[in-house]
Design a protein around this ligand. Structure first.
Ligand code: PEP
Length: 257
């Protein structure tokens, strides 16, 4: 049975005080809860990774980075290497987010280099893929998603379903309040799962979590999780509020898929 992942991407929000307050608000309810196959993940900005790990160490929340450098080390001012993340004990990092693809010109090749660097350092990538509105309107969604998968995972070996998660994030749904319907998302998730089957194996495809991202919130997450190939959410805005994040974890706990 696949995990149900409730992953919060905090982007460039929250300062030290906000981060402490969030941890305080969620730690006590999560410390005592059996989360079964629900896996909560939080991705704060780099300066707060170690703090979050410390503050949430008695919970099952896993802390993730939002990105990592494609370089191993060296004179790359401002960059953070995968090895540095490993040295903190991190297990996950987001890679290929549409904001990085659009604002930092990250091509599929660069995303692949980052992904390989993460995997070489035993960090599981949460690989984001997704089409723009123009691409969807031109009926190019499937083509774009397959190009991204083929490019970012070109000759990348996966040995276990634990090695990676994929997040389908239609660009037109990120931060816009406009969510894909369960059916729209399911259609793409099933394309991704089929691709995993053909590229790797049925066994791996059956176990790799495929998350949906794009204006997920407590009001719509149950409908999305009810879809057969949607295994959780990569959530921006709604993950910034402790009560909403906890509510989405509770909804995931009740999901009977
Ligand atoms: C995201 O940051 O990946 C995201 C999906 O944001 P939002 O939930 O705010 O649309």
């Amino acid at each position: 049975m696949r995990k149900i992942v409730i992953a919060g991407n905090w982007k460039m929000y929250k300062d030290l005080e906000d981060v402490r307050a969030f941890c305080k608000a969620i730690a006590s309810s999560l410390e005592t809860k059996d989360l079964g196959r629900v896996l909560p993940i939080l991705a704060p900005a780099y300066p707060f990774l170690a703090l979050l790990q410390r503050e949430l160490s008695d919970t099952s929340v896993k802390v993730a980075a939002q990105d990592a450098s494609a370089h191993s080390e060296g004179a790359f001012t401002g960059e953070v290497s995968a090895a540095m993340l490993t040295s903190l004990g991190l297990e996950y990092a987001i890679v290929g987010h549409s904001e990085r693809r659009a604002m930092h010109n990250e091509s599929n090749e660069i995303v692949r280099e980052k992904l390989m660097m993460l995997m070489d350092n035993s960090i599981k990538p949460i690989l984001c893929v997704g089409e723009t509105l123009e691409q969807r309107d031109a009926d190019d969604t499937q083509k774009v998603i397959l190009e991204q998968l083929n490019g970012c995972l070109n000759n990348v070996s996966l040995y276990s379903a634990e090695d990676i998660m994929i997040a389908y994030e239609p660009v037109w749904a990120i931060g816009t309040g406009r969510t894909a319907t369960g059916e729209q998302a399911q259609e793409v998730h099933s394309i991704i799962r089929n691709w995993l089957t053909h590229t790797y194996s049925q066994a791996l495809a059956d176990e790799i979590p495929i998350l949906y991202g794009g204006s997920v919130k407590p009001d719509n997450i149950a409908g999305l999780l009810a879809m057969p190939d949607i295994d959780g959410g990569l959530i921006g805005g709604a993950s910034l509020k402790a009560d909403q994040y906890l509510e989405m974890i509770n909804i995931a706990l009740e999901s009977r898929k």
